[in-house]
Design a protein around this ligand. Structure first.
Ligand code: UDP
Ligand code: MG
Length: 133
């Protein structure tokens, strides 16, 4: 099934100059970027986006990090794109992310893990609406 998923290159990706590398991996998989914009996120949108982890001890640090610079928000489309992008991205915890995945190749800690991808069809729909209206 052709799906659209919400992808966000986090501040460390842009600071480290890895946006091109990551976009290239998305394109090599034959996914299409159908929308994209640079954004500076505020506490309100981040609290909504990360509502499942607001009570975690790492949340304040995550907020600071996500507001430390601009992000590149994207809609990525393709066959099985929601699950497929999660596979390319790799595991949340950087210790678990295997080589060949974006996080496995580039992440050096779990908060600064370079990229967000929607985890289900419902999240993809909600997140695309949240960031692109
Ligand atoms: N995160 C963190 N520490 C943790 C777990 C998560 O800093 O122990 C951050 C990390 O940036 C992660 C984000 O919170 O990408 C959202 O967590 P989620 O469990 O939704 O992981 P994801 O869907 O991004 O793999
Ligand atoms: Mg998630």
């Amino acid at each position: 099934m052709i799906e659209s998923t919400f992808i966000m290159l986090k501040p460390d990706t842009l600071k480290r100059g890895l946006a091109g590398e990551i976009i290239s991996r998305i394109e090599r998989k034959s996914y299409k970027i159908t929308n994209a914009k640079m954004m500076s996120l505020d506490e309100k949108i981040l609290t909504e986006h990360y509502s499942h982890i607001v009570d975690k001890p790492f949340f304040p640090g995550l907020l600071d990090y996500m507001m430390s610079g601009p992000v590149l928000a994207m809609v990525v489309e393709g066959e099985n794109a929601i699950c497929g992008m999660r596979t390319i991205i790799g595991a949340t915890n950087f210790e678990d992310a295997i080589a060949g995945t974006i996080r496995g190749d580039f992440a050096y800690c779990t908060s600064h893990n370079l990229i967000h991808g929607s985890d289900s069809l419902k999240s993809a729909q909600v997140e695309i609406k949240r960031f692109f209206g």
